[in-house]
Design a protein around this ligand. Sequence first.
Ligand SMILES: NC(=O)C1=CN([C@@H]2O[C@H](COP(=O)(O)OP(=O)(O)OC[C@H]3O[C@@H](n4cnc5c(N)ncnc54)[C@H](O)[C@@H]3O)[C@@H](O)[C@H]2O)C=CC1
Ligand SMILES: O=C(O)[C@@H]1CCC=N1
Length: 274
Amino acid sequence: MNIGIIGLGSIGQMLVKGFSKSGVASPAQLFVYNRTREKSEQFQADWPFTICASLQDVSEACELIFICTKPLDLYPVLQELAPQLRPTQHIVSVAAGISLEDLTSVSATAITKVIPTVTSQILHGVSLYACNQYVSSEQREQLLRLLQALGKAEEVEESVIETATILSSSGPGLIAGMMELFAQAAHRKSPELSVETTRRLLVETLLGTAMLLSEEDLHFEQLIEQVATKGGITMEGLNVMAEYLPPCFDQLFLMTQAKHDSLKLKTKVQFNEN
Ligand SMILES: NC(=O)C1=CN([C@@H]2O[C@H](COP(=O)(O)OP(=O)(O)OC[C@H]3O[C@@H](n4cnc5c(N)ncnc54)[C@H](O)[C@@H]3O)[C@@H](O)[C@H]2O)C=CC1
Ligand SMILES: O=C(O)[C@@H]1CCC=N1
């Protein structure tokens, strides 16, 4: 099956790499359209997909089409595609903050909302997904096979997709942000340890931690028990985090939800005005 990718930014590129590296689809099966063609040409050197000259070219060639533009650039793309869609085609929107209801209002055809993650370029991470009522079981299976090649796939209700997005999709950026603050604090305490060194120590620690949790199927609490010797040092750090981090994470969810909501308002205007 040919797969269309519209928008070759972080997520479009992740899909090209992930599908190709996993072998679930070869570059020959990928048809890419990006607003600026040069970007596609540069990327094509490593991943020999087909560059399309228009949305129509993608639509003619592909049964499954991922729209990977930024949320505010999605409406015009879907609006142009809608009249030419065949009943067998399946559209995937990866835009955070655009509801299936709004998407389906433009085209009463098979549409799935997928919230991917950049970590899927190395075939790890979770893709969240929710399908509309027009997606057939065969289309769902086909998509699931692709998403599972990128890591794990988890079907979620739209009512919780925005909270889950912060964990699985914003997560890599947020974790990197936390690690940078951790690295900087270590350097402030011991300036003779360069920030490069503190970062390097943390990356390896992050990798080992994730692998241990996953391979031994440990809960966070079980790992904490292994590390934090009773009456020892780690417990002091855990106590500080227990005091200061819950309000920080509550605020993080508050602010990211507010951003989701304002994005939804802006995109809803586009969908309702037309
Ligand atoms: N970056 C991430 O980790 C995640 C992003 N998303 C969603 O993925 C979407 C894309 O995000 P990014 O890849 O980060 O953005 P990006 O800005 O890196 O990429 C967007 C791409 O779309 C292209 N584009 C814009 N209008 C176009 C059009 N009319 N036709 C063809 N191409 C067009 C741009 O040239 C650009 O290459 C967003 O809707 C975002 O909400 C979802 C989950 C994770
Ligand atoms: O930051 C963003 O808007 C996108 C959606 C989730 C992850 N990245």
